[in-house]
Write a protein of this length. Structure first.
Length: 270
């Protein structure tokens, strides 16, 4: 009798043990099935024109508030350099250029998701000098002997430099002052050169000038002296996170993002 009771108790314990193990296995399997990329977190790499870095850094926490499981990594630089990186296979999800030239080149090589391409922002071209500078009040003053060194971005790779060259050419100044020009790797380097006194003046975007309390705007380029300044955006075709990347692009057109862009001097475009 005792033997039968022992056998029954042992059997019951074994059955209970197997039931617990089975439940744990089902629970683990269920967790694996229901886990999604959004739940695990998505990292987006955004290549952005250098002139946008202040605004984009301000937008990042607002985006995380809406998508708390997402992580944003910015890659700032000249639009031409960023274009080359993408062409060479750099892992980029979204590209924001400071000119249409770079976006168009990538589009021609089928490196963009066409439906995501849009014009995001507008800007202006301005002539700046240090806060203490005197004798520079317009673009024509760049020909004066008082201006020894003057900076713009490299026109071939820096959209701000391309626009600067267009302005100076339209005003019949480029060939005259070319010997004075110090070319910079991006528009923020132009700003830095003026801030530190390495050059007497420079041409940057209005948004760059607004970001510094060490420089002043002495003139704004006539709108008909250069191509319209447009910041286009698109998702990169090889992105492994296209759904999240498209959400990011859409967020940058939201009222929340537009308010930030306007605060930093950009003009949101439809």
């Amino acid at each position: 009798m005792k033997s039968k009771r022992f056998f029954s108790l042992t059997t019951w314990i074994l059955v209970a043990f197997l039931a617990v193990v089975g439940c744990n296995q089902v629970t683990n399997n269920t967790r694996d099935v229901t886990s999604t990329p959004q739940a695990q977190g998505t990292e987006l790499i955004i290549s952005v024109a250098a002139s946008m870095q202040d605004a984009m850094k301000a937008i990042e926490p607002l985006y995380r508030d809406k998508y708390p499981n997402s992580k944003i990594t910015y890659n700032f630089g000249s639009s031409g350099s960023l274009q080359q990186q993408i062409e060479q296979g750099a892992p980029v999800d979204v590209f924001i250029s400071a000119a249409e030239k770079q976006i168009e080149a990538l589009d021609q090589k089928n490196l963009l998701v066409p439906s995501t391409r849009k014009n995001l922002l507008g800007n202006e071209v301005v002539l700046i000098a240090s806060q203490t500078a005197t004798g520079i009040s317009n673009f024509q003053d760049l020909t004066n002997n008082q201006v020894q060194r003057f900076s713009i971005g490299e026109p071939e790779s820096v959209p701000a430099g391309q626009y600067a060259q267009e302005v100076l050419t339209a005003l019949n100044l480029y060939d005259v002052i070319k010997p004075k020009i110090v070319f910079a790797k991006d528009v923020r380097q132009v700003l830095s050169y003026v801030e530190t006194g390495n050059v007497d003046a420079g041409i940057v975007y209005a948004t760059d000038a607004q970001s510094s309390n060490q420089v002043k705007v002495v003139a704004t380029a006539p709108k008909d002296s250069h191509k319209p300044i447009i910041y286009p955006i698109a998702v990169i075709q090889r992105s492994q996170n296209q759904e999240a990347a498209q959400e990011f692009v859409q967020f940058l057109s939201s009222d929340t993002a537009k308010q930030v862009f306007e605060k930093y001097g950009f003009t949101p475009l439809n």
